[in-house]
Design a protein. Structure first.
Lengths: 198, 198
DNA sequence: GTCTATAATTAGATAGAC
DNA sequence: GTCTATCTAATTATAGAC
Protein backbone atom coordinates (compact mmCIF):
# COMPACT_ATOMS: atom_id res chain seq x y z
CA UNK A 1 0.00 0.00 0.00
CA UNK A 2 1.51 3.28 -1.17
CA UNK A 3 -0.45 5.38 1.35
CA UNK A 4 0.91 3.25 4.24
CA UNK A 5 4.49 3.33 2.96
CA UNK A 6 4.78 7.03 2.11
CA UNK A 7 1.77 8.89 3.50
CA UNK A 8 -1.00 10.62 1.56
CA UNK A 9 0.96 13.47 -0.02
CA UNK A 10 4.06 11.47 -0.92
CA UNK A 11 2.10 8.57 -2.43
CA UNK A 12 1.79 9.39 -6.13
CA UNK A 13 -1.27 8.30 -8.07
CA UNK A 14 1.16 7.07 -10.74
CA UNK A 15 2.82 4.58 -8.36
CA UNK A 16 -0.57 3.55 -6.93
CA UNK A 17 -1.81 2.87 -10.47
CA UNK A 18 1.40 1.02 -11.36
CA UNK A 19 1.00 -1.23 -8.28
CA UNK A 20 -2.51 -2.05 -9.51
CA UNK A 21 -1.14 -2.74 -13.01
CA UNK A 22 -3.03 0.07 -14.65
CA UNK A 23 -2.56 3.71 -15.70
CA UNK A 24 -2.61 6.86 -13.60
CA UNK A 25 -5.78 8.43 -15.15
CA UNK A 26 -7.80 5.32 -14.18
CA UNK A 27 -7.79 6.62 -10.60
CA UNK A 28 -9.64 9.78 -11.58
CA UNK A 29 -12.02 7.72 -13.70
CA UNK A 30 -12.95 5.27 -10.92
CA UNK A 31 -12.71 7.80 -8.04
CA UNK A 32 -13.61 11.44 -7.78
CA UNK A 33 -10.10 12.36 -6.61
CA UNK A 34 -6.97 11.09 -4.88
CA UNK A 35 -8.66 11.86 -1.55
CA UNK A 36 -11.77 9.85 -2.49
CA UNK A 37 -9.51 6.87 -3.28
CA UNK A 38 -7.80 7.33 0.09
CA UNK A 39 -11.14 7.35 1.94
CA UNK A 40 -12.27 4.21 0.13
CA UNK A 41 -8.96 2.54 1.07
CA UNK A 42 -9.43 3.46 4.74
CA UNK A 43 -13.03 2.23 4.90
CA UNK A 44 -11.80 -1.05 3.41
CA UNK A 45 -8.89 -1.35 5.88
CA UNK A 46 -11.14 -0.70 8.90
CA UNK A 47 -13.57 -3.34 7.61
CA UNK A 48 -10.63 -5.75 7.43
CA UNK A 49 -9.56 -4.75 10.97
CA UNK A 50 -13.01 -5.59 12.34
CA UNK A 51 -13.08 -8.86 10.42
CA UNK A 52 -9.57 -9.79 11.63
CA UNK A 53 -10.39 -9.01 15.27
CA UNK A 54 -13.64 -11.00 15.13
CA UNK A 55 -11.81 -13.96 13.59
CA UNK A 56 -9.04 -13.98 16.20
CA UNK A 57 -11.50 -13.44 19.07
CA UNK A 58 -13.52 -16.45 17.88
CA UNK A 59 -10.39 -18.62 18.17
CA UNK A 60 -9.92 -17.72 21.85
CA UNK A 61 -11.68 -19.18 24.93
CA UNK A 62 -14.99 -17.42 25.62
CA UNK A 63 -14.45 -14.63 28.20
CA UNK A 64 -16.22 -14.73 31.57
CA UNK A 65 -15.08 -11.65 33.51
CA UNK A 66 -14.60 -8.06 32.34
CA UNK A 67 -10.86 -8.69 32.52
CA UNK A 68 -11.31 -11.74 30.25
CA UNK A 69 -13.10 -9.59 27.70
CA UNK A 70 -10.22 -7.11 27.69
CA UNK A 71 -7.72 -9.96 27.33
CA UNK A 72 -9.59 -11.12 24.21
CA UNK A 73 -9.62 -7.57 22.85
CA UNK A 74 -5.87 -7.19 23.50
CA UNK A 75 -4.92 -10.52 21.93
CA UNK A 76 -7.19 -9.95 18.93
CA UNK A 77 -5.81 -6.45 18.39
CA UNK A 78 -2.19 -7.64 18.52
CA UNK A 79 -2.91 -10.29 15.90
CA UNK A 80 -4.88 -7.85 13.74
CA UNK A 81 -2.12 -5.21 14.02
CA UNK A 82 0.40 -7.80 12.80
CA UNK A 83 -1.94 -8.84 9.99
CA UNK A 84 -2.73 -5.26 8.89
CA UNK A 85 0.37 -3.13 9.49
CA UNK A 86 -0.80 -0.81 6.70
CA UNK A 87 -3.71 0.49 8.74
CA UNK A 88 -1.68 1.58 11.76
CA UNK A 89 0.98 3.01 9.44
CA UNK A 90 -1.62 5.23 7.81
CA UNK A 91 -2.96 6.15 11.26
CA UNK A 92 0.40 7.42 12.51
CA UNK A 93 1.08 9.18 9.20
CA UNK A 94 -2.22 11.04 9.48
CA UNK A 95 -2.34 11.62 13.24
CA UNK A 96 0.80 13.72 13.53
CA UNK A 97 -0.76 16.92 12.19
CA UNK A 98 -4.31 18.32 12.30
CA UNK A 99 -6.12 18.00 8.96
CA UNK A 100 -9.54 17.41 7.42
CA UNK A 101 -8.49 13.83 6.71
CA UNK A 102 -7.66 13.29 10.41
CA UNK A 103 -11.03 14.69 11.50
CA UNK A 104 -12.71 12.37 8.98
CA UNK A 105 -10.92 9.28 10.38
CA UNK A 106 -11.49 10.18 14.03
CA UNK A 107 -15.22 10.87 13.58
CA UNK A 108 -15.85 7.87 11.36
CA UNK A 109 -13.51 5.19 12.71
CA UNK A 110 -11.36 6.10 15.75
CA UNK A 111 -13.90 7.51 18.20
CA UNK A 112 -16.32 4.52 18.18
CA UNK A 113 -13.40 2.12 18.66
CA UNK A 114 -11.89 4.24 21.44
CA UNK A 115 -15.28 4.29 23.23
CA UNK A 116 -15.49 0.52 22.95
CA UNK A 117 -12.12 -0.02 24.67
CA UNK A 118 -12.80 2.73 27.23
CA UNK A 119 -16.13 1.09 28.13
CA UNK A 120 -14.52 -2.33 28.55
CA UNK A 121 -11.77 -0.78 30.67
CA UNK A 122 -14.23 1.08 32.92
CA UNK A 123 -16.16 -2.17 33.49
CA UNK A 124 -12.99 -3.99 34.57
CA UNK A 125 -11.89 -1.02 36.69
CA UNK A 126 -15.23 -1.05 38.52
CA UNK A 127 -14.64 -4.63 39.69
CA UNK A 128 -11.01 -3.92 40.60
CA UNK A 129 -9.78 -6.50 38.09
CA UNK A 130 -7.30 -4.16 36.36
CA UNK A 131 -4.70 -1.62 37.54
CA UNK A 132 -5.79 1.96 38.42
CA UNK A 133 -5.00 3.61 35.07
CA UNK A 134 -7.03 6.33 33.36
CA UNK A 135 -8.76 5.20 30.16
CA UNK A 136 -6.99 7.74 27.91
CA UNK A 137 -3.58 6.74 29.29
CA UNK A 138 -4.54 3.07 28.89
CA UNK A 139 -5.77 3.52 25.32
CA UNK A 140 -2.64 5.15 23.92
CA UNK A 141 -0.30 2.90 25.93
CA UNK A 142 -2.06 -0.24 24.76
CA UNK A 143 -2.50 0.74 21.11
CA UNK A 144 1.10 1.96 20.94
CA UNK A 145 2.44 -1.16 22.68
CA UNK A 146 0.42 -3.42 20.37
CA UNK A 147 1.12 -1.74 17.04
CA UNK A 148 4.66 -0.32 16.93
CA UNK A 149 6.41 -3.67 16.38
CA UNK A 150 4.40 -4.10 13.15
CA UNK A 151 4.28 -0.46 12.05
CA UNK A 152 8.09 -0.40 12.39
CA UNK A 153 8.67 -3.92 11.05
CA UNK A 154 11.31 -2.71 8.52
CA UNK A 155 13.24 -1.09 11.38
CA UNK A 156 12.96 -4.23 13.54
CA UNK A 157 14.26 -6.25 10.59
CA UNK A 158 17.41 -4.07 10.53
CA UNK A 159 17.80 -4.67 14.29
CA UNK A 160 17.71 -8.41 13.59
CA UNK A 161 14.12 -9.21 14.63
CA UNK A 162 11.31 -10.57 12.46
CA UNK A 163 8.25 -9.22 14.22
CA UNK A 164 5.97 -10.91 11.68
CA UNK A 165 7.11 -14.33 12.92
CA UNK A 166 4.07 -16.04 14.54
CA UNK A 167 6.24 -16.83 17.60
CA UNK A 168 6.92 -13.11 18.08
CA UNK A 169 3.23 -12.22 17.72
CA UNK A 170 2.09 -14.80 20.32
CA UNK A 171 4.88 -13.77 22.75
CA UNK A 172 3.86 -10.15 22.20
CA UNK A 173 0.16 -10.81 22.92
CA UNK A 174 1.12 -12.83 26.04
CA UNK A 175 3.37 -10.02 27.24
CA UNK A 176 0.69 -7.32 26.88
CA UNK A 177 -1.91 -9.40 28.73
CA UNK A 178 0.67 -10.13 31.44
CA UNK A 179 1.56 -6.45 31.88
CA UNK A 180 -1.69 -4.55 31.30
CA UNK A 181 -4.05 -7.25 32.66
CA UNK A 182 -2.11 -9.07 35.40
CA UNK A 183 -4.06 -11.75 37.28
CA UNK A 184 -5.52 -9.90 40.26
CA UNK A 185 -3.63 -10.51 43.51
CA UNK A 186 -6.53 -9.83 45.88
CA UNK A 187 -10.06 -11.07 45.28
CA UNK A 188 -11.70 -8.83 42.69
CA UNK A 189 -14.17 -6.44 44.31
CA UNK A 190 -17.69 -7.28 43.12
CA UNK A 191 -19.66 -4.22 42.00
CA UNK A 192 -22.17 -3.22 44.64
CA UNK A 193 -25.65 -4.22 43.51
CA UNK A 194 -28.73 -2.38 44.62
CA UNK A 195 -30.66 -4.10 47.41
CA UNK A 196 -27.61 -6.12 48.49
CA UNK A 197 -26.04 -5.52 51.89
CA UNK A 198 -22.55 -6.78 52.73
CA UNK B 1 9.11 20.67 12.07
CA UNK B 2 7.99 19.97 8.52
CA UNK B 3 9.73 16.56 8.38
CA UNK B 4 7.82 15.42 11.49
CA UNK B 5 4.48 16.73 10.25
CA UNK B 6 4.59 15.42 6.68
CA UNK B 7 7.49 13.01 6.26
CA UNK B 8 10.64 13.48 4.20
CA UNK B 9 9.14 13.39 0.69
CA UNK B 10 6.05 15.47 1.45
CA UNK B 11 7.98 18.16 3.36
CA UNK B 12 8.88 20.77 0.74
CA UNK B 13 12.08 22.76 1.04
CA UNK B 14 9.97 25.87 0.36
CA UNK B 15 7.83 25.36 3.48
CA UNK B 16 10.92 24.48 5.54
CA UNK B 17 12.60 27.68 4.37
CA UNK B 18 9.42 29.70 4.99
CA UNK B 19 9.23 28.34 8.57
CA UNK B 20 12.82 29.54 9.06
CA UNK B 21 11.91 32.95 7.55
CA UNK B 22 14.23 32.59 4.60
CA UNK B 23 14.16 31.53 0.94
CA UNK B 24 14.14 28.05 -0.54
CA UNK B 25 17.59 28.21 -2.23
CA UNK B 26 19.22 28.95 1.15
CA UNK B 27 18.78 25.27 1.99
CA UNK B 28 20.96 24.19 -0.92
CA UNK B 29 23.47 26.88 -0.02
CA UNK B 30 23.82 25.84 3.62
CA UNK B 31 23.36 22.09 3.04
CA UNK B 32 24.48 19.79 0.27
CA UNK B 33 20.91 18.61 -0.37
CA UNK B 34 17.47 18.14 1.19
CA UNK B 35 18.73 14.79 2.57
CA UNK B 36 21.78 16.42 4.18
CA UNK B 37 19.45 18.89 5.92
CA UNK B 38 17.31 15.97 7.11
CA UNK B 39 20.35 14.14 8.54
CA UNK B 40 21.49 17.29 10.36
CA UNK B 41 17.96 17.69 11.78
CA UNK B 42 17.96 14.08 13.04
CA UNK B 43 21.40 14.34 14.65
CA UNK B 44 20.16 17.47 16.43
CA UNK B 45 16.91 15.80 17.58
CA UNK B 46 18.74 12.75 18.97
CA UNK B 47 21.12 15.08 20.82
CA UNK B 48 18.07 16.78 22.33
CA UNK B 49 16.59 13.36 23.23
CA UNK B 50 19.74 12.41 25.15
CA UNK B 51 19.84 15.80 26.87
CA UNK B 52 16.14 15.57 27.79
CA UNK B 53 16.48 12.04 29.20
CA UNK B 54 19.56 12.98 31.24
CA UNK B 55 17.76 16.04 32.62
CA UNK B 56 14.66 14.09 33.65
CA UNK B 57 16.70 11.20 35.07
CA UNK B 58 18.65 13.67 37.23
CA UNK B 59 15.36 14.87 38.77
CA UNK B 60 14.43 11.35 39.91
CA UNK B 61 15.61 9.43 43.02
CA UNK B 62 18.91 7.65 42.38
CA UNK B 63 18.24 4.02 41.33
CA UNK B 64 19.49 1.13 43.47
CA UNK B 65 18.35 -2.09 41.77
CA UNK B 66 18.31 -3.04 38.08
CA UNK B 67 14.54 -2.55 38.18
CA UNK B 68 15.05 0.97 39.57
CA UNK B 69 17.36 1.79 36.69
CA UNK B 70 14.70 0.66 34.21
CA UNK B 71 12.07 2.71 36.03
CA UNK B 72 14.27 5.80 35.62
CA UNK B 73 14.75 4.99 31.93
CA UNK B 74 10.99 4.53 31.42
CA UNK B 75 10.02 7.74 33.23
CA UNK B 76 12.73 9.75 31.49
CA UNK B 77 11.71 8.39 28.08
CA UNK B 78 8.03 9.22 28.64
CA UNK B 79 8.90 12.80 29.56
CA UNK B 80 11.34 13.11 26.65
CA UNK B 81 8.78 11.65 24.20
CA UNK B 82 6.27 14.28 25.35
CA UNK B 83 8.89 17.01 25.04
CA UNK B 84 10.09 15.91 21.58
CA UNK B 85 7.12 14.47 19.69
CA UNK B 86 8.84 15.46 16.42
CA UNK B 87 11.53 12.81 16.84
CA UNK B 88 9.17 9.86 17.27
CA UNK B 89 6.99 11.23 14.46
CA UNK B 90 9.96 11.17 12.10
CA UNK B 91 10.85 7.69 13.37
CA UNK B 92 7.45 6.20 12.50
CA UNK B 93 7.39 8.06 9.17
CA UNK B 94 10.74 6.55 8.23
CA UNK B 95 10.38 3.09 9.76
CA UNK B 96 7.41 1.94 7.70
CA UNK B 97 9.38 1.20 4.54
CA UNK B 98 12.99 0.07 3.94
CA UNK B 99 15.21 2.89 2.68
CA UNK B 100 18.75 4.23 2.84
CA UNK B 101 17.54 6.86 5.30
CA UNK B 102 16.16 4.12 7.60
CA UNK B 103 19.43 2.20 7.49
CA UNK B 104 21.27 5.43 8.33
CA UNK B 105 19.07 6.11 11.39
CA UNK B 106 19.19 2.52 12.67
CA UNK B 107 22.99 2.23 12.37
CA UNK B 108 23.71 5.67 13.80
CA UNK B 109 20.99 6.18 16.41
CA UNK B 110 18.52 3.33 16.96
CA UNK B 111 20.78 0.30 17.47
CA UNK B 112 22.96 1.77 20.27
CA UNK B 113 19.82 2.92 22.13
CA UNK B 114 18.11 -0.44 21.63
CA UNK B 115 21.19 -2.22 23.02
CA UNK B 116 21.16 0.06 26.06
CA UNK B 117 17.56 -0.83 26.93
CA UNK B 118 18.09 -4.52 26.11
CA UNK B 119 21.13 -4.64 28.42
CA UNK B 120 19.22 -2.98 31.28
CA UNK B 121 16.31 -5.40 30.72
CA UNK B 122 18.57 -8.48 30.71
CA UNK B 123 20.15 -7.33 34.00
CA UNK B 124 16.73 -6.99 35.66
CA UNK B 125 15.58 -10.30 34.14
CA UNK B 126 18.64 -12.06 35.62
CA UNK B 127 17.60 -11.03 39.14
CA UNK B 128 13.94 -11.91 38.52
CA UNK B 129 12.87 -8.32 39.17
CA UNK B 130 10.85 -7.97 35.95
CA UNK B 131 8.32 -10.15 34.09
CA UNK B 132 9.55 -12.91 31.72
CA UNK B 133 9.35 -10.94 28.45
CA UNK B 134 11.80 -11.16 25.55
CA UNK B 135 13.86 -8.02 25.05
CA UNK B 136 12.64 -7.38 21.48
CA UNK B 137 8.99 -7.72 22.57
CA UNK B 138 9.71 -5.47 25.53
CA UNK B 139 11.47 -2.82 23.44
CA UNK B 140 8.69 -2.32 20.90
CA UNK B 141 5.93 -2.58 23.52
CA UNK B 142 7.60 -0.03 25.76
CA UNK B 143 8.62 2.45 23.05
CA UNK B 144 5.18 2.19 21.44
CA UNK B 145 3.38 2.55 24.77
CA UNK B 146 5.52 5.55 25.72
CA UNK B 147 5.43 7.48 22.44
CA UNK B 148 2.05 7.07 20.70
CA UNK B 149 0.15 9.48 22.97
CA UNK B 150 2.55 12.28 21.90
CA UNK B 151 3.09 11.19 18.29
CA UNK B 152 -0.71 11.16 17.89
CA UNK B 153 -1.36 14.25 20.03
CA UNK B 154 -3.52 15.90 17.31
CA UNK B 155 -5.70 12.78 17.19
CA UNK B 156 -5.97 12.65 21.01
CA UNK B 157 -6.99 16.33 20.96
CA UNK B 158 -9.93 15.44 18.65
CA UNK B 159 -10.90 12.65 21.09
CA UNK B 160 -10.97 15.27 23.85
CA UNK B 161 -7.64 14.57 25.58
CA UNK B 162 -4.68 16.91 25.96
CA UNK B 163 -1.79 14.46 26.19
CA UNK B 164 0.70 17.33 26.58
CA UNK B 165 -0.88 18.25 29.93
CA UNK B 166 1.76 17.59 32.66
CA UNK B 167 -0.86 15.63 34.64
CA UNK B 168 -1.32 13.25 31.69
CA UNK B 169 2.44 12.80 31.28
CA UNK B 170 3.00 11.94 34.96
CA UNK B 171 0.00 9.55 35.03
CA UNK B 172 1.36 7.97 31.83
CA UNK B 173 4.84 7.44 33.30
CA UNK B 174 3.32 6.02 36.51
CA UNK B 175 1.13 3.64 34.47
CA UNK B 176 4.04 2.29 32.41
CA UNK B 177 6.19 1.67 35.50
CA UNK B 178 3.22 -0.01 37.20
CA UNK B 179 2.55 -2.31 34.22
CA UNK B 180 5.99 -3.10 32.80
CA UNK B 181 7.91 -2.95 36.10
CA UNK B 182 5.47 -4.11 38.79
CA UNK B 183 6.89 -4.36 42.31
CA UNK B 184 8.08 -7.99 42.53
CA UNK B 185 5.73 -10.25 44.50
CA UNK B 186 8.31 -12.81 45.60
CA UNK B 187 11.78 -11.91 46.83
CA UNK B 188 13.94 -11.06 43.82
CA UNK B 189 16.36 -13.87 43.01
CA UNK B 190 19.92 -12.70 43.59
CA UNK B 191 22.26 -13.53 40.70
CA UNK B 192 24.52 -16.45 41.61
CA UNK B 193 28.04 -15.17 42.24
CA UNK B 194 31.12 -17.31 41.71
CA UNK B 195 32.60 -18.73 44.92
CA UNK B 196 29.34 -18.24 46.80
CA UNK B 197 27.37 -21.26 47.99
CA UNK B 198 23.79 -20.99 49.10
C1' DG C 1 25.64 35.37 2.43
C1' DT C 2 21.13 36.56 0.46
C1' DC C 3 18.17 37.25 -2.98
C1' DT C 4 15.44 36.61 -7.91
C1' DA C 5 14.95 33.93 -11.85
C1' DT C 6 14.76 29.70 -13.81
C1' DA C 7 15.96 24.92 -15.36
C1' DA C 8 14.52 20.06 -15.14
C1' DT C 9 11.33 16.91 -13.19
C1' DT C 10 7.15 15.32 -11.35
C1' DA C 11 2.61 15.96 -9.32
C1' DG C 12 -2.94 15.37 -9.93
C1' DA C 13 -6.38 15.95 -13.17
C1' DT C 14 -8.48 16.19 -17.88
C1' DA C 15 -9.34 15.57 -23.11
C1' DG C 16 -10.18 12.68 -26.47
C1' DA C 17 -9.08 8.47 -29.49
C1' DC C 18 -10.57 3.79 -29.58
C1' DG D 1 -13.81 1.12 -19.71
C1' DT D 2 -8.91 1.75 -21.07
C1' DC D 3 -5.39 3.97 -23.06
C1' DT D 4 -1.99 8.15 -24.76
C1' DA D 5 -1.16 12.83 -24.66
C1' DT D 6 -1.16 16.89 -22.23
C1' DC D 7 -2.40 20.86 -19.08
C1' DT D 8 -1.32 23.48 -14.86
C1' DA D 9 1.02 23.68 -10.72
C1' DA D 10 4.45 22.17 -7.66
C1' DT D 11 8.86 20.02 -6.73
C1' DT D 12 14.55 20.28 -5.88
C1' DA D 13 18.44 22.31 -7.44
C1' DT D 14 21.27 25.78 -9.82
C1' DA D 15 22.83 30.34 -12.06
C1' DG D 16 24.00 34.70 -11.35
C1' DA D 17 23.03 39.64 -9.69
C1' DC D 18 24.05 42.25 -5.61
Amino acid sequence: MEFAAHGFEAASTRSIAAAADTQQPQINYHFESKEALWKAALDHLFDRLDESMRRHAAALPAPVTARDRLAVTVRSFVHAAAELPELNRIMVHESTVPSDRLRWIVDRHTRPRFELVATEWRAARATGEVPPIDESVLYYSLVGAASLAYVNAPEAELLGYNTLDPAFIVAHADALVLTFLPAPISEPQRPVREGTTT
